[in-house]
Each structure stands twice: as C-alpha cells, then as structure tokens.
Design a protein around this ligand. Sequence first.
Ligand SMILES: Cc1cc2nc3c(=O)[nH]c(=O)nc-3n(C[C@H](O)[C@H](O)[C@H](O)COP(=O)(O)O)c2cc1C
Length: 331
Amino acid sequence: MSSSIPSIENTFTRQTGITVPVICGPMYPCSNPELVAAASEAGALGIVQPISLTYVHGYDFRNGLHYIRSLTANPIGMNALIEQSNKRYHERMVEWIDIALEEGVRFFITSLGKPDWVVKCVHQAGGIVYHDVTERKWAQKAVDAGVDGLIAVNNRAGGHAGGQSLLHLYDELQTYDLPIICAGGISLPVEFTQALDQGYAGVQMGTRFIATTECNAPEPYKQAIVNAKESDIVLSDRVSGTPVSLIHTPYIDRMGLKSNWLEKWMLSGKKRKYLMRTLYMLQSLWKLKKAVLDKSGSQEYWQAGKSVAGIDSIEPVSDIIEPFANARTPQ
Ligand SMILES: Cc1cc2nc3c(=O)[nH]c(=O)nc-3n(C[C@H](O)[C@H](O)[C@H](O)COP(=O)(O)O)c2cc1C
C-alpha cells in the first residue's frame, strides 16, 4: 500500500493488521477473488465467501485462496455461515475453516449459528472471530461464546438486513467491551467518519464494492446500483425466509416480495419452517448465481442495500478506499 496514505489505528486494525478499518463484506454471489484481493491490497480487509468462491466462481477452495494470495500478500478474512442443521454443509464448513487456517487466514466473520466451536479452533491458531449480529440478544450469545468483535448489521444493510438503525444498534451493543463494526448504509467517506465518531471501530461495506471494476458482476447490475435511489431498495422474505435487500426491478415484481399463503403456512411450524427456508435458500442460491453469471444482465435478481444513495459511479476498489483512508477522525 502507498506510504502516502495515513493509517487510522485502533483495536480492530491492530487485531487484523490492516491500515484502513474498512471490510469488503462477504457477498454471495458477488465476492469474486479479484474483488477480495483488491480490497486487501488497498489496505482494507477483503473477506472470502466460500460458497461464492467455490459454487459461483468455480474454484477449489484451497486453490481459490492461493489465487487470492497471488494477488495480494495483505491480510484477508473468511466468512463462515455456521448454521448447523445440515450435516453435510456443516462438515464442509469445518473443512473450509481448517483449510483457511492452514493457508494463514486469521480473521473470521461468523453468521447465524453459535460461534463457540469456530472461536475455539481460530483462537488456537492465534486468529480472531467477529460475529454478525442484528440485536443485543444475539450479541450476548456471541460474547458468551468468546468472540473478539461484533459486526452490527443495521436496517440499511445489503444482504440480510437487520431491524435497527445504525445509532440504535450501537447504543445497544456499546456496553460490550469489544470493537463493533458498522455494517449497512455506508458508501461515502463522510458516513464512515460519522460511524467512527459514533464509536464504531470500522465499517463493513458490500453494495459499494459491487459497483467496482474488480467485481465480476454484470455491468447492468453495477449500473443499476449507480442509478438506484434509496427508495428503489425493497425487502423480500422470498430469498431466505427473512428480509433480504433487493433492487426493485421487473424481475422482482414478477417474483413478488411476500410469501404466498402456502409458504406462510410452511413458515408457521417449526419443522415446516426449516423445510421452507431450505427450499427458499436452495432456489435463491441457484437464481442468484445465474443472475450474476449472466453477463447480459437479463436476470435482474440483484441484491443491494440503501447505501446505493451515495454511489454514483463504477470505480476501481483502490479509488474507493483511498478517501476512506484519508477521512481521519480523532482517536
Ligand atoms: C449482494 C450481497 C450479498 C451478501 N452476501 C453476504 C454473505 O454471503 N454473508 C454475509 O455475512 N453477508 C453478506 N452480505 C452483507 C455484506 O457483507 C455487508 O454486511 C452489507 O452489504 C453491508 O451493507 P451495504 O450493502 O449497505 O454496504 C451481502 C451483501 C450484499 C449486498
């Protein structure tokens, strides 16, 4: 990284060895290896999304990590969705975490399940674990499991949106003596500075990094992010059974945002709910993959958060990160 860029040092940057407290958030299906590497190379932290790396972008997991390593020597992280109800998926995730540790990855973002087993093996290897949370109830469980930090996913986030505002969520979580990363609604350096002034240790951005030259998403998807207003972002239950942020397109109109009566009935019982969510998930993994690999952009099944409001061009990742590195805030 250029020595002319000043660093913003805090607990999070010291733990991770990065110079700019910005995470290029994990994104299924948009986290291609070139994007992850570009974020880390620019001084931020690129996060590998293993299902995106293997299932969408076609890499063997270890080979994909080697490829990223050939593009940057800077730290990278890995996202572990640790939902344990499917035995085969769980075994695969354990294997991915082991490989990542063998390959020198030392920062992990866990989502969904109880992260105690990840914390155990990552701490043994000298790494750290941050956990995605949308409210204090989940944060308490993660803190009890020994995580090193929290990713506070707010109600403006791309991907699975939380229910609380950036400010309210910080207030709920600040009593924990842990670094808290703001995830959701940030695309401009001024918003980053405000989040740091609020007390956040850094930000995690997703949507901003899709509209970049290094992201492999189709150009019409990137352009839709540039063109979208905040009011074009809608929430749908039909991706996974919980609200996911999408750009409002004719495709989304055809799909519908709300569950139909049969799906609602399925979601109302414990066993049926599990089945319905699995069906939603499998269908969405396939459709989202298809939409991101279709370079014509004809399948407008595109995720993005309300941070589209601050995005008005497709830029190289380093051009995005540099002003963040220069947006200094009192320590
Ligand atoms: C297209 C897309 C896919 C995402 N996929 C994941 C994922 O697989 N795992 C995860 O933990 N977060 C995922 N997220 C959330 C991001 O990592 C990040 O927290 C979020 O995008 C922050 O909000 P922003 O989009 O306003 O910057 C995704 C977000 C987007 C936009």
